[in-house]
Design a binder for this molecule. Structure first.
Ligand SMILES: Cc1cc2nc3c(=O)[nH]c(=O)nc-3n(C[C@H](O)[C@H](O)[C@H](O)COP(=O)(O)OP(=O)(O)OC[C@H]3O[C@@H](n4cnc5c(N)ncnc54)[C@H](O)[C@@H]3O)c2cc1C
Length: 413
C-alpha cells in the first residue's frame, strides 16, 4: 500500500488497532481497500514480545476479552481445536486463556479479515487535522486519510525509578519493556536484580529463578498487594461509575486522579502471587525489602546500595517499574507541541465523551479518535485493557457510521 488517500487509517496494530479494524469491517462501514494500519512491528507483535519478555503464561483477563467482536469467539476457537485445557480456571470470574491460545486466536482473526494486507510498516510521527482529512507524517511517507484512529498504547513511554535515570544507557541495567531486553539473554551464573513489586516483577523473577545458575534478588520496597483484576468489574461494564468520571471536565486533573485511584496498579493476581510465594519459600528468590537509593555501573556490573545500607553487586538490573504516561510517548509529545489539538492536565488529549474524537483548540471535533491508554479519561481505568478496545469500538463505530453516511449523502447530491 502507498501513501495515497485512504478512508480510515488506524495508527498502531496492537490489541486496540486490530479490534477497531475488525469492528469497522464487520459493520461494513468500509472495505478492506479503504483501510490502512500503520504499525512498525507487525500486527500484535509488540504486545506478544512484552508477554515473552516477562515470562507471562496466562492472561489476567477472562476469555471473553480478546481482539474479536463476538465475546465467545475465543472459547469456540479453543473448543473446535480441542484446546479447552488452555482456558485456565480462576478462583474469581471466568477462565483465562493461555498466552499461546490468545495469540493463536488473534492471528486467526487477523487472517479472517486479511488485515496483514493493509499494514504499512512504519511509525507515525505527526498528525495534522486538516479540515476534510488528516495528514499523517510517518517514518516512511507522508499520507492522507479521511479519518484517523490512534491506538498506540503507551507509545515508547516507560517508567524508571529516579536513581536509574543516569544509568539508563548503561548495558547491565535495562527495563523489562525495552525492545532489546531478552530474558533468555541473561547469562548463566548471573546475579540478577529485579526492581518492582507488581505482576510483572513477580512474573519475571519467578521465570528467571527457574533458569539454572541465575541468582535472583527482588527489590520490592512495599508490601505485596493481591488483586484479581486491574480494576473493579463495575468499570468493565461501563456502568454508572463512568458517569462519575464524566461529571468532571474532560482531560482534567480530577478525572486523572479518579482513574489513578480506581486502577489496581502495582498489584499481583492470586495465581502469580502463589508462584512467587513458593519461590520465596524455596529460597529461589531473595527478597530485599529496602529501596535502592544509588546504583552505579562498575566494570560491567551494577552496584546497588539500598536505604537500609545493604549493597548488592549485580550482573543485570532490570526495572519492572511499569509504563510512563501514555501522553509522554514520542507521537503524543509531537502532537502537543505542534498541532491544533487540545490537551490539558499533564498533556492528556481533550476527547469528546460520546465519540472519543479529539477536540481542536477552536472547539470543533477533529477527524482523529483515540483508543487505548490515552482514552482513560473518557473510558476509565480499563481503557488500556483488552475490554477497553470493545468499548472504544462501540463509540467509534457509532459515530463513524453516521459521519460516513452523511458524507456519502453529500457526495451524491
Ligand atoms: C505483559 C502484559 C500483559 C498484559 N495482560 C493483560 C491482560 O491479561 N488483560 C488485559 O486486559 N490487558 C493486559 N495488558 C494490558 C495490555 O497492554 C492491553 O490489553 C493491550 O496490549 C493494549 O492494547 P493497545 O493496542 O492499546 O496497545 P499495544 O498492544 O501496546 O499496541 C500498540 C501498538 O501501537 C504501535 N505503535 C506505537 N507507537 C506507534 C506509532 N507512533 N506509529 C505506529 N504504531 C505505533 C506499537 O508497535 C504497538 O503494536 C497487558 C500488558 C502487558 C504489557
Amino acid at each position: 500500500m502507498t501513501g495515497t488517500d485512504t478512508l480510515v487509517t488506524i495508527i498502531g496494530g496492537g490489541v486496540h488497532g486490530v479490534h477497531l479494524a475488525v469492528r469497522l469491517l464487520e459493520a461494513e462501514l468500509i472495505d478492506l481497500s479503504e483501510l490502512r494500519i500503520i504499525e512498525p512491528a507487525g500486527l500484535l507483535e509488540e504486545f506478544g514480545q512484552k508477554c515473552r519478555q516477562c515470562g507471562m503464561t496466562e492472561f489476567r483477563s477472562p476469555f471473553v476479552h480478546h481482539v474479536g467482536s463476538d465475546p465467545f469467539s475465543l472459547r469456540d476457537f479453543a473448543r473446535t481445536r480441542c484446546r479447552e485445557d488452555e482456558l485456565v480456571p480462576t478462583s474469581v470470574g471466568a477462565d483465562r486463556p493461555t498466552v499461546s491460545l490468545f495469540f493463536d486466536h488473534a492471528e486467526w482473526i487477523c487472517d479472517r479479515y486479511d488485515l496483514e494486507t493493509v499494514v504499512l510498516e512504519g511509525r507515525a510521527t505527526g498528525l495534522v487535522n486538516n479540515g476534510d482529512a488528516v495528514k499523517i507524517e510517518t517514518t516512511r511517507d507522508r499520507l492522507s486519510s479521511r479519518w484517523c484512529l490512534l491506538a498506540v498504547g503507551h507509545g515508547d513511554s516507560l517508567a524508571y525509578p529516579e536513581w536509574a535515570e543516569d544509568l539508563i544507557p548503561t548495558e547491565p541495567m535495562t527495563h523489562v519493556w525495552d525492545p532489546s531486553f531478552d530474558p533468555e539473554g541473561i547469562g548463566e551464573t548471573s546475579t540478577v536484580g529485579i526492581v518492582g513489586g507488581g505482576i510483572t516483577a513477580a512474573q519475571l523473577s519467578t521465570t528467571l529463578a527457574r533458569l539454572p545458575g541465575r541468582d535472583v534478588v527482588l527489590f520490592a520496597r512495599s508490601p505485596f498487594r493481591v488483586e484479581t483484576l486491574e480494576a473493579n468489574t463495575d468499570w468493565m461494564h461501563f456502568s454508572s461509575v463512568v458517569e462519575k468520571l464524566h461529571a468532571h471536565p474532560p482531560a482534567s486533573r480530577a478525572r486523572s486522579e479518579l482513574v489513578a485511584e480506581a486502577r489496581h496498579d502495582g498489584t499481583i493476581p492470586p495465581y502469580v502471587f502463589r508462584r512467587l510465594q513458593r519461590a520465596l519459600e524455596r529460597e529461589q528468590i531473595e527478597l530485599e525489602r529496602s529501596e535502592i537509593t544509588v546504583a552505579t555501573e562498575a566494570g560491567g556490573t551494577v552496584v546497588a546500595t539500598c536505604r537500609d545500607g545493604s549493597a548488592f553487586c549485580l550482573n543485570d538490573l532490570i526495572c519492572a517499574t511499569g509504563f510512563g504516561s501514555p501522553y509522554d510517548g514520542e507521537l503524543f509529545c509531537n502532537l502537543r507541541e505542534q498541532s491544533a489539538l487540545q490537551t490539558d492536565y499533564c498533556g492528556s488529549p481533550v476527547l469528546d465523551d460520546e465519540t472519543l474524537r479529539w477536540m481542536c483548540r477552536d472547539g470543533t471535533l477533529s477527524r482523529i479518535a483515540v483508543s487505548g491508554a490515552a482514552a482513560q479519561q473518557v473510558l476509565g481505568p480499563v481503557a488500556r485493557n483488552v475490554i477497553g478496545a470493545r468499548r472504544a469500538g462501540d463509540l467509534i463505530v457509532g459515530f463513524l457510521e453516521s459521519e460516513l453516511d452523511a458524507e456519502k449523502r453529500e457526495a451524491e447530491l
